[in-house]
Design a protein around this ligand. Structure first.
Ligand SMILES: Nc1ccccc1C(=O)C[C@H](N)C(=O)O
Ligand SMILES: [Zn+2]
Ligand SMILES: [Zn+2]
Length: 209
């Protein structure tokens, strides 16, 4: 059996969410007891909470929703690159481009330790030039352990727009603390939510055979 790394955040009431967004909530609709044979729950969640995939609809009104996106980008070989040395924003010079060569999916690790319990407004964003260069090399998916590709205060979303220009897909909020840099199989499928601009994913890395 090949080893699996779960690179998803646990979803619970305390999971950090984008400033101003409501908390994740799990509700109970029924509990096992007299006359009721089952526990039944429901959930309410901002679509950009926890580990998620942005659908193109998030950054363009004519972009496809989570239900309509191709799944290919979200499943297949990937490379995990360590960019913990990046200051503020991942720039072209921060990346080991030789390691990227030939990869269709690239995950960037910016955190020494993932902030599971607090919202981090100072997460490390990614320069649009990095996205454009990845797109030019044939990369179809960019993933990050940060909450977004662009800085929290950005109104232009330059990195997201570069993703749009290259028709790539995005994973955000990955937990990469325990995974060595290198090549893996990625599986992180968005839910088929009609009209959604993003979706939770269960993201895993599997050791290559
Ligand atoms: N401005 C927001 C307000 C509420 C919820 C999310 C956002 C985001 O911008 C999410 C971020 N752009 C992301 O990278 O998906
Ligand atoms: Zn997002
Ligand atoms: Zn995003």
């Amino acid at each position: 059996m090949s080893r699996i790394w779960d690179i998803s955040q646990p979803l619970h009431a305390g999971v950090p969410v984008w400033p101003g967004e409501p908390a994740f909530a799990l509700h109970s609709h029924a509990v096992i007891g007299d006359g009721c044979p089952v526990n039944v729950g429901g959930m309410s969640t901002p679509l950009h909470a926890g580990t998620h995939g942005d659908a193109p609809l998030h950054y363009a009104n004519d972009g496809v929703s989570s239900a309509d996106s191709d799944l290919d980008p979200y499943i297949g070989p990937c490379v995990l690159i360590d960019v913990r040395h990046a200051q503020g924003r991942v720039e072209v010079g921060d990346i080991d481009w030789d390691a990227v060569a030939g990869a269709e999916r690239v995950l960037l690790r910016t955190y020494e330790t993932f902030p599971h319990h607090v919202w981090d407004s100072d997460f490390t964003a990614i320069a649009a030039e990095v996205i454009a260069r990845l797109g030019g090399m044939g990369v179809r998916l960019i993933g990050t352990d940060a909450a977004s590709l662009d800085p929290e205060q950005s109104k232009t979303l330059d990195a997201h727009q570069a993703v749009k220009a290259a028709d790539m897909r995005i994973l955000e909020g990955l937990v990469l603390d325990d995974v060595p840099s290198g090549r893996y199989e990625l599986i992180a499928l968005p839910l088929r939510i009609v009209g959604a601009d993003a979706s939770p994913v269960r993201a895993i890395l599997r050791e290559l055979a």
